[in-house]
Ligand binder design. Sequence first.
Ligand code: C5P
Length: 323
Amino acid sequence: MRRATVRSLAKLNLDLRVLDRRPDGYHELRTVFQTISLADRITIEYTPGRRTTLAIDGNVDIPGNLILKAAESVMEACRVKGAVRFRLEKRIPMGAGLGGGSSNAAAILLALPVLSGAVLPVARLISIAAALGSDVPFFLFGGAAAGIGRGTELFPLPDLGGHHGIVVSSSVHVSTAEAYRALNRKLTIPGSEPDTGGFQSVLWGLGDDRPDCGWMQSCANDFEEAVFARHPELRVIRRRLERAGARPARMTGSGSAVFGIFGRRRESLEAAAALAPWAERQGVEIHPVSLVGRRRYQTMWWNQLREHISGKLWPPQSRYSKE
Ligand code: C5P
C-alpha cells in the first residue's frame, strides 16, 4: 500500500470579469487566480489490485464529490486498478468561491498517478481537469495566473511575493450557476470584440506592490453587484475589510467569501485581531492567509509526494513507473 498526505490549497480571484454567454452555455471570463495558504488535507492510500474500489472518509458530506470523480477519471486514463481510500479534512469553506472542491480534484490528479506508478502527459492531465470543472486546471499549477475562455486557458503571472491577506467566510451559500444566470449576459455576437480594458490594466499593474497602487484600485469582481443585492451583509464585510486597511477588498469567485489584501504579514495579523470581536458578533469566520506563489506551490507538491517521485518533470512523475 502506498500512502501520501497532501495539502489542497484554496484560491482567490484577485480580479474577475464575466463577458458574454457562449453558445456552449459557459461564460467567457477574464480572471486572475491566486493560490492561498488556506488548505484542506487529504490522505490517499492506494493498494494495487484487479478491481477498483473507491472510498472516502472525512468531516463532511459533499454532494457530487469531485474527489471520487477525479479518481475515476485519472485511474481510467492511467489504466490502473486498485483500492483507493481517501480521508478528507475539510477546512476550506464550501460554496464560498474559494475553489475547495476544484482544488481537491486537482490534488487527486497530481497525486494518484504518482502513487499508482503511472505517467500521464501534462496535456492529458489538463484535459481531464477541464472536464471536471472550469477551475480545476489552475490548481495543477498554482501561483498567480490569468484565466481566460471558460477559465481553463491559463497564462502564468509574476508572483505577488510576500503578500498576506484575510479571508472572511460566512454562512451565505451562493450557487455558481445561479450567480452566472443573475448576470443576464448577452450571447456572444460573432465578430464582436469584448471590452477587456479594465482587465488589461489590472494585469499591467500587477507586479506593483506600492500601497494603493493602480491595480489594487481598479481590480473588480463582476459578480459583486448581483450577489451583494441578494446578500447585503457581504457588502458590509467588504466595507469592514476596507476600513481595516485592506487594498483591495473584494469577493472571490461567485462568492460568498470576501478577502482583503494587506501586504505584510504583521499588518494582516493586526487587522485580523482588530476584526475578531466584530466577526464574533456577526457570526463570520476570519482566516489569515498568505498568497502562495507558483514556486512555493510546486515545491510543496514535490515535498508531499517526494518519497514516491523520481525524475524532475512537472507534474511529478512516479518512481514506480516503468517508463
Ligand atoms: O465548470 P464548473 O462546473 O465549475 O461550472 C459550474 C457552473 O458555472 C456551470 O454549469 C455554468 O453554469 C457556470 N459557469 C459559466 N461560465 C464559466 C464557468 C462556469 O457559466 N466560465
